[in-house]
Design a protein around this ligand. Structure first.
Ligand code: 4AD
Ligand code: MG
Length: 430
């Protein structure tokens, strides 16, 4: 008997197959027991008819509990009423393990309880759909870069210094030195771009965020392209094209999962180039017109991002921020030294900042004085300064937060559902 997966079941119509998985749900009606079997690839109804099986098997089917692991043998039949289009007429059934008192029942549970049981919650069809979409997004990212001539260069996780501000560093002992968990691979990405031209790094990044918001994790995955000779417009072109490709691939390959999540798919279908491009100054004007009091020079936070995104159906790209509120490595606008050539991409529907990036300062003396002004340890940046000594060139890049992207595409309220085991200020278990 062929061992098959539920997703492939259509190929076996009329044949006997063997399926292994877990009992998702069960119901019965007289001489019939309906077992909903899930195997990770899908869910299928397996019908046990008393007249078709031994008493022993019928009794076993009747005794099965939620999440018990089983192997079912039977014939594949058409079933027009089910979403899948097929069901199994059970002939054989064997128990691998009987699950007792599975804590997550089909009734509603609170989020705190589900988060405590995250290791089990992952088995729900909603969480499985999110994980599959996340997988699709990551695959699309790697495909996009491969197709466009970028080389993956992994950046280190243990690092000697901060890149995104000293207030969110996780510190650890490193033999007789101090080390920090990486906040961003960017500085290493810049070195790699000077070697290979177009690169990206992609890995977990860490920030000791003391805020409990629906958009912040302490451990999140960031993908960071860096391109030699790119300017601010090139950087925006890349961000826009990249986002469109990812959305396109999810729409093509994961429509069923978006439907499980009841995502409004038309909103994603609207995501096409070009995206609106506005300056920080224009963004402040939009906010002020809407009654938000943020003054020029102030930070655009989560609430402000939501207000701005209401004006647009597509992601909005905000460029040229006050240099004073941006990182030390950002190049100043040659037209106006108060401005940094920074770029943030704000997702629609209130999903907030999904991309942050900039043109990098390429001049040695200027960068050195920025490092000093920021009171960063110069010894830790000597290698970074070398990049400006040996054939420095203009370059730019950005970082996209995977969890923000997953939250937006899936239409999730909180980033805690976008990764299998989220890490937050008050969450390190399971
Ligand atoms: O804007 P950020 O801080 O940019 C950088 O780290 C740059 N060095 C990237 C670069 O230019 N190569 O972070 C980039 C993105 C944000 O737009 C957001 O999507 C995500 O990373 N992000 C977070 N996601 C979840 N939880 C957090 N605490 C996040 N902090 C940033
Ligand atoms: Mg940012």
């Amino acid at each position: 008997m062929a061992k098959v997966y539920i997703k492939d079941i259509g190929k076996y119509l009329g044949q006997d197959v063997s399926l292994s998985g877990w009992l998702y749900n069960k119901s019965s009606k007289g001489k019939l027991i309906f077992l909903q079997l899930r195997d990770g690839s899908g869910v299928i109804q397996c019908v046990v008819f008393k007249g078709d099986v031994s008493d022993e098997i019928f009794k076993l089917a009747d005794s099965l509990t939620q999440e018990s692991s089983i192997t079912v043998g039977g014939i594949v039949k058409e079933d027009k009423r089910s979403k899948l289009g097929y069901e199994i007429g059970v002939k054989n059934l064997s128990l691998i393990q009987l699950a007792k008192d599975y804590p997550i029942s089909p009734k509603e549970h609170g989020t705190a309880f589900l988060m405590e049981n995250r290791h089990l919650w992952l088995r729900s069809s909603r969480q499985a759909a999110i994980l599959k979409i996340r997988d699709e997004i990551i695959f699309a990212i790697r495909q996009y870069f491969r197709d466009n001539g970028f080389i993956l260069v992994d950046s280190p996780i243990l690092t000697p210094a901060a890149s995104e501000g000293t207030s969110t560093l996780f510190e650890t002992d490193y033999f007789d030195q101090r080390a920090y968990l990486s906040q961003s691979g960017q500085l290493y990405g810049e070195a790699a771009a000077m070697a290979l031209g177009k690169i990206y790094c992609f890995g977990p990044t860490f920030r000791a965020e003391k805020s409990k918001t629906r958009r912040h994790l302490t451990e999140f995955w960031m993908v960071e392209p860096e391109v030699a000779f790119n300017d601010i417009d090139d950087n925006m072109d890349l961000a826009e094209d990249f986002i469109c490709y990812i959305i396109e691939q999810v729409l093509k390959n994961r429509r069923a999962e978006l439907e499980v999540l009841e995502r409004d798919i038309s909103k994603l279908e609207n995501i096409k180039k070009p995206f609106p491009r506005i300056s920080y100054t224009q963004a402040i004007e939009i906010l002020n017109k809407k009654g938000n009091p943020t003054k020029w020079g102030g930070d655009i936070g989560g609430d402000e991002e939501t207000l701005i995104s209401e004006n647009f159906e597509r992601p909005v790209m905000i460029h040229r921020y006050p240099a004073a509120i941006k990182a030390f490595y950002m190049k100043r606008d040659p037209q106006d030294a108060k401005l940094a050539l920074a770029l943030d991409v704000i997702g629609p529907e209130g999903y907030g900042e999904i991309i942050g990036g900039s043109v990098r300062e390429e001049d040695y003396e200027t960068l050195l004085s920025r490092i000093k002004e920021s009171k960063l340890p110069i010894e830790a940046f000597d290698w970074y300064l070398d990049l400006r000594k040996y054939g420095t060139v203009p370059h730019a890049g950005f970082g996209m937060g995977i969890e923000r992207m997953v939250a937006w595409i899936c239409g999730l309220h909180h980033v805690r559902e976008t990764i299998a085991f989220p890490r937050m200020m008050d969450k390190i278990r399971p």
